[in-house]
Design a protein around this ligand. Structure first.
Ligand code: ZN
Length: 163
């Protein structure tokens, strides 16, 4: 299993690239408008691996078999977006920091404490691997707010395209 990981990673990164490129024409401006951090999970792209990419700077981290081993007691409410639902940014309540464990492409195990956006992206992507949709974690009032905002952005984009 360990020896096939680099191959899987390459395949996966290629798919991510294709996915982001193919979405660019219709959604790039929308992403620019709201400044979303794009971190797709494998199963979101139709791949059956427990792997996702955290789009961290300077280099993205590829997380195989990711696990959360500790959750903070403190929670944070922040807007989240998703490649599956372009333009829908909903306030979601999640633990503010987490301790995580995952394998790297060479098979070595890594343990990290993640905070802020990285912690949120990790939890969001792990949800994808477990088949949990982020919208199912949203309160109805926040869902309604997000849909209203999405409509406004759509209208703005249409006007920009007409101009
Ligand atoms: Zn997502």
């Amino acid at each position: 299993m360990v020896s096939s990981r680099p191959m899987i990673m390459m395949l996966f990164l290629k798919r991510v690239e294709i996915d982001l490129c193919s979405r660019r024409p219709e959604s790039a401006r929308r992403f620019l408008l709201v400044g979303v951090a794009q971190t797709p999970a494998a199963n979101q792209l139709g791949l059956e691996h427990r792997v996702f990419v955290l789009n961290t700077k300077p280099d993205p981290i590829v997380c195989f078999n990711p696990k959360i081993v500790h959750y903070s007691e403190k929670y944070a409410v922040t807007e989240e977006g998703c490649l599956t639902f372009p333009g829908l940014f909903v306030k979601i309540r999640r633990p503010q920091w987490i301790r995580v464990r995952f394998h790297e492409a060479d098979g070595s195990m890594r343990t990290e404490t993640l905070n802020g956006l990285a912690a949120r992206a990790f939890q969001h992507e792990l949800d994808h691997l477990d088949g949990v949709n982020y919208l199912s974690r949203a309160k109805k009032i926040h869902m309604d707010q997000a849909k209203k905002k999405q409509k406004l952005i759509d209208r703005k984009l249409k006007r920009m395209q007409l101009a």
